[in-house]
Ligand binder design. Structure first.
Ligand code: SAM
Length: 393
């Protein structure tokens, strides 16, 4: 059965009942459950239900157990969807601009459309893939949002968005051969999405990969990098009302906490101080390490590496602070001896600008003892260096 047929069969009364029955199937028991169910149900329906139960389990991390347990997914749809926390943040930003309706171009299974509707925004959700569009429609129904979400199966390049306040585009960034890095190879290409954003009547937002080169950013857009729980999730290009052209910011969820760029030059390299600050990934991607260095009164350990060093502990949400107790040139034997002397059994390995494999290092130094430590494998003014310490209190 293809993805569309699987979804359609799960939407029948028999499909819905079976989906409820297999809801909490332990993956280890799947074969036995399938054999039993095939005695009373068509084999295609049984495998669709078990497959869907697996997709729902994968979706819990993005949507939470309650919503994921009511939604329907396709394998690509769950992979490519925006997690609820990020979608809610973006939807909140649009709602705060007074946006009442959005054309969600490339809606997938509806991750963003759901968040927009929950923010009180009317949504036209468009996807050209029939199974994906069917899932988006089923999800709007299942979550009681079909009054606000109209799902249309169509090519976004053929949709007139003139009647909507805002446009949101989340192009597909995966092809048959995996992740796509060239923004012009997105579907639809970034240049098309930018033109669609520019014609939006009030505002527009384009979701792009967080690794997008800064040079690829259009000059009339504001670029925002978003992380959730310390993991960078995406970059968004904002256009129109509320977006300051050329501005850059990093937003950390939960929160949100937003660090705006202030155009500072790169921080100077200085001698290592007592504290090392590891900036959040969104700060690094947004090139705002200088803003963090200014906040903590610090400089860089190395001109090419995003570790900030400072003498004082100045708490900031944009970086994690560590107190450094030891510094030595890269030498695994010396590290092993130091950790033994300190009774370190729990070793966290962090690295930037070093080819060391954390797992391999841990194997080599065989940490043993009641204490914990963090080692940074990095460079200090070009020299391979180990900095040992612990999260600052
Ligand atoms: C990254 S996913 C969207 C995920 C969605 N924002 C969510 O949170 O669930 C991209 C979607 O774009 C759709 N797509 C790609 N090119 C398209 C086009 N030209 N017209 C309509 N849909 C398209 C794909 O089918 C895919 O579902």
């Amino acid at each position: 059965m293809n993805d569309l047929d699987s979804l359609l069969t799960l939407l029948t009364p028999e499909g819905r009942a079976l989906l409820d029955e297999v809801r909490d199937t332990d993956p280890a028991r799947e074969l036995a459950v399938a054999t039993r169910l095939r005695r009373t149900h068509p084999a295609g329906l049984v495998s669709a239900a078990l497959g869907q139960a697996r997709l729902r389990q994968r979706a819990v991390a993005k949507f939470g157990a309650e919503d994921a347990g009511r939604m329907l997914f396709t394998p690509n749809g769950v992979e490519q969807s925006t997690r609820a926390s990020v979608a809610a943040y973006r939807a909140g930003r649009l709602a705060a601009l007074g946006v009442g309706s959005v054309a969600d171009l490339c809606c997938g299974i509806g991750g963003d459309a759901i968040a927009l509707a929950r923010a009180g925004i009317r949504v036209l959700a468009v996807d050209r893939d029939p199974a994906t569009a069917a899932a988006a429609r089923a999800n709007a129904d299942a979550l009681g949002l079909s009054g606000l979400i109209e799902v249309r199966e169509a090519d976004v390049t053929e949709v007139d968005t003139g009647a909507y306040d805002a446009v949101f585009v989340d192009p597909a960034r995966r092809g048959g051969r995996g992740r796509i890095f060239d923004p012009e190879a997105y579907s639809p290409p970034l240049s098309w999405a930018v033109e669609a954003a520019r014609t939006a009547s009030r505002a527009a937002a384009l979701k792009v990969a967080p690794g997008i080169p800064h040079e690829a950013m259009p000059e009339d857009a504001e670029a925002e990098w978003i992380s959730d729980g310390g993991d960078v999730k995406e970059a968004v290009l904002w256009f129109g009302t509320g977006a300051s052209a050329g501005a850059v910011r990093a937003t950390l969820l939960p929160g949100p906490r937003t660090l705006p760029g202030s155009g500072l030059p790169d921080p100077a390299v200085r001698t290592p101080g007592r504290y090392l600050y590891e900036p959040d990934g969104a700060v690094i991607r947004a090139h705002l390490v200088a803003e963090v260095a200014e906040q903590v009164g610090g400089g860089l350990l190395d001109a090419t590496i995003a570790y900030v060093t400072a003498d004082e502990l100045r708490p900031t949400p944009y970086a994690t602070a560590y107190e450094i107790t030891d510094r030595m040139p890269f030498n695994v034997k010396k590290l092993k001896a130091l950790l033994r002397e300190r009774g370190v059994g729990t070793l966290t390995v962090k690295k930037r600008g070093s080819a060391v494999e954390p797992e391999e290092l841990r194997r080599k130094v065989k940490p043993q003892g009641p204490n914990a430590a963090t080692v940074f494998m990095t460079r200090v003014a070009g020299a391979p260096t180990m900095l040992i310490g612990h999260p600052a209190r």
